[in-house]
Each structure stands twice: as structure tokens, then as C-alpha cells.
Design a protein around this ligand. Structure first.
Ligand code: M6R
Length: 357
């Protein structure tokens, strides 16, 4: 039920802080330690490489998950779009382990790959919001998102839930390998939940940004570097699927290799700047597009901000920024769609779960 909310999407965006806290709870043992089924951890430890398979928003969460697992658990990870993987399987490592990420657990493209890897005898984990879903039943193991039903076609709370569960998997694997991490994920996730809440309270500002930058535009670019780039892909997908504005996410440094030709006077460019080690680089990329007439909207993180920034997100752990930086982008997409009179919860040509290949 959407209660007093005008749309499921807005309700689901707002639920994200609660989902974060629920995930922490569900994955804690009686001593408050984050824990994952030891059999799953054993499978991860047995593998020499993880293959994440997913579509759409779940694929974007997988990209963030790769960073978390590689940086914290030191296991190589490949992330593949399911529909490509199934017809163009890459050369696999000796001991692969497959992780299927799917909110619905019913996505046919992902299932097609699972059928193949099952036939090849490889172990599989499904990360899903729906217990008993096809992908959950057909994989060896399931990790649940505990996000509650997601009704809006545009996925929001499932994305952040997927990243949180992948973070927990990364940290528990690191621990099992004896890798010392200098932070407490329970604490860091609790901080992100609080920051998410503050961002959900910034709706008026997000509405203003949507009105100012997107009310009349036909296209929009999202640029970022490192993990911000992955969030840009998600921000662009959100915007295009519900507002029908042509939107693309780009790695900040890649724009000048072609796409910058599309920048005209007033083209909105939303830039994420949450990563210290590439902060100067992304700001340089913003200057490049501004010199071609772009209308920049920089969303940065506290501690990295400058006077030119449009919105500053309170600081969270640098590896967990996608959990918070995506929230403004979800809200901007929501308001852009609203301003343009689009059917936010049921955009044209799309279904909530894509059960055909
Ligand atoms: O249920 P799944 O996570 O497998 O769905 C995958 C995609 O179809 C889904 O994320 C889609 O991209 C959303 N409409 C994005 O908002």
C-alpha cells in the first residue's frame, strides 16, 4: 500500500534508511557481529574469481559490489550483463563462483545464465528480494535483501539493499580470510542510514534541481569517476526510464573521447564528486563541459566540496558513498518525471519484472 504517498517510487525511496537498518539487523548474530551462512563464505573462499550476473539496476549494484569485494575481501570479481553473458560466455577461471543479483528473482536473462552455469556444475548464489523466486530456487544459496515489496517499475530501495548485502558479504569474507579492516561496517551502515534520511528530507531542493535543469531539456549527462561513475550509470537509467529524457552516465575522463560533441549551450551535466582521489580530475572534467556551454550541477560530499557545488552530501565511508549519492539522483529523476507529466510508477514500454529473454 502506498498510503499517503502519491507514488510507490517516492515511498520506496523514503524507505531506504529503514531498509538499511533492517538489513543490519537481519545479518547480525546474537553478538551484534555481521554474519553470513558459513557455507556461502566457504564457497566464496573456494573460488578464485566471482562472476556477478545481473541486468539493469541490479547490474549497476553489481559494479559497486565488485569494488567492495575486490578492495575488502581481495577476490577478483567480474560483472556481466546477463543477456550478453549467455550468448557470449567469456573464458572462465578455474574455480568460478556465480552471484546472481535480481530484485524480483524472475528475470529471464539472468535465469538463462543460471541454467547454463548449473549445467556446467558451477555453484551459484542468488541475491534477491523475493524468497522462493525462480532464481532463488534454482541457485545453491540465497541472500535476501529484506527490502520489502518493490512495486514501482523504477528500482530504488532494491539497489541500495543489494549494495548493502554485497558490502556485508565482502566484509564477512575478509574476516574469514583474516584480513583486518579498519572500520566497523555495522557502524558505517548505520551512518549511511542516517545520511539517507537527511537526503530524503531534502526533497524540496531536489525538486528545485529537477525543475531548473531538466524541465525543458531533451538530454542530460551524468559524469563521475571511480565508484561515482557506477552511480552515474544508475542515475541516468533512473532518469531515462521514468522521464524519457535521453540520459547517459559517463566516466568523467571518457566524455572528451567523443560524447563531448553532444554538449551544447545549456546541456545539463550532473557530476558526482564523492571520491577524494579523483576529486580534482572530475572537477577538471566539469570545466571541460562548462567551456562548451554545459549547465553543471555538481553533487559532492562534505569535505570535498567547493563553492560551485549545487548540493553537498554529508560524509559517509568513502566506499559506501553509492548508498547515499544515489538518493539525490533517484529524487531528481522522480521530480523530473513528475514535472513532465509522466506516469512515474508505470513508465511506458516497461514491466516490473522482465520474464522474457
Ligand atoms: O528484478 P531484477 O533485479 O532482475 O530486474 C533487473 C532489471 O530489469 C531492473 O533493475 C530494471 O533495470 C529496472 N526497471 C531499473 O529501474
Amino acid at each position: 500500500e502506498k498510503g499517503t504517498y502519491p507514488h510507490y517510487m517516492l515511498k520506496e525511496i523514503d524507505e531506504q534508511p529503514f531498509v538499511m537498518r533492517r538489513i543490519i539487523q537481519k545479518y547480525q548474530d546474537e553478538n551484534g557481529q555481521l554474519t553470513i551462512d558459513p557455507q556461502i563464505i566457504q564457497e566464496v573462499l573456494n573460488a578464485d574469481r566471482l562472476y556477478i550476473i545481473a541486468c539493469g539496476t541490479s547490474y549497476h549494484a553489481g559494479l559497486v559490489g565488485k569494488q567492495l569485494i575486490e578492495k575488502w575481501a581481495k577476490i577478483p570479481v567480474e560483472v556481466h550483463v546477463a543477456s550478453e553473458f549467455s550468448y557470449n560466455m567469456p573464458l572462465l577461471s578455474e574455480k568460478p563462483l556465480f552471484i546472481y543479483i535480481s530484485q524480483s528473482g524472475e528475470t529471464a536473462d539472468s535465469r538463462a545464465v543460471l541454467v547454463q552455469t548449473n549445467k556446467l556444475g558451477y555453484k551459484a548464489i542468488t541475491i534477491t528480494n523475493v524468497p522462493g523466486s525462480t532464481l532463488s530456487r534454482e541457485a545453491d544459496y540465497t541472500l535476501l535483501l529484506h527490502a520489502g515489496p518493490e512495486i514501482a517499475v523504477a528500482s530504488t530501495k532494491a539497489y541500495t539493499a543489494q549494495i548493502a548485502v554485497l558490502a556485508i558479504l565482502a566484509v564477512t569474507t575478509a574476516k574469514a580470510k583474516g584480513i583486518e579492516l579498519d572500520f566497523d561496517l555495522v557502524k558505517e551502515l548505520a551512518i549511511t542510514a542516517n545520511v539517507m534520511e537527511m537526503l530524503c528530507d531534502a526533497k524540496e531542493e531536489m525538486e528545485k534541481i529537477a525543475r531548473e535543469y531538466l524541465a525543458a531539456t531533451r538530454n542530460c549527462f551524468f559524469i563521475g569517476r571511480a565508484v561515482d561513475y557506477y552511480v552515474c550509470l544508475e542515475g541516468a537509467l533512473k532518469l531515462k526510464e521514468i522521464s524519457y529524457i535521453q540520459a547517459e552516465g559517463f566516466a568523467g575522463g571518457e566524455l572528451k573521447h567523443g560524447t563531448i560533441a553532444l554538449i551544447e549551450d545549456g546541456t545539463p551535466v550532473i557530476a558526482l564528486a564523492t571520491q577524494e582521489h579523483v576529486n580534482l580530475n572530475i572537477r577538471g572534467n566539469v570545466k571541460e563541459v562548462v567551456a562548451r556551454g554545459a549547465n553543471p550541477c555538481i553533487i559532492s560530499m562534505r569535505g570535498l566540496e567547493t563553492d560551485e557545488d549545487r548540493f553537498v552530501i554529508p560524509a559517509v565511508h568513502p566506499m559506501l558513498t553509492p548508498l547515499v549519492s544515489v538518493v539525490p539522483l533517484q529524487l531528481i529523476a522522480y521530480y523530473a518525471a513528475l514535472h513532465r507529466g509522466c506516469d512515474v510508477d508505470k513508465p511506458r514500454n516497461l514491466a516490473k519484472s522482465v520474464t522474457v529473454e
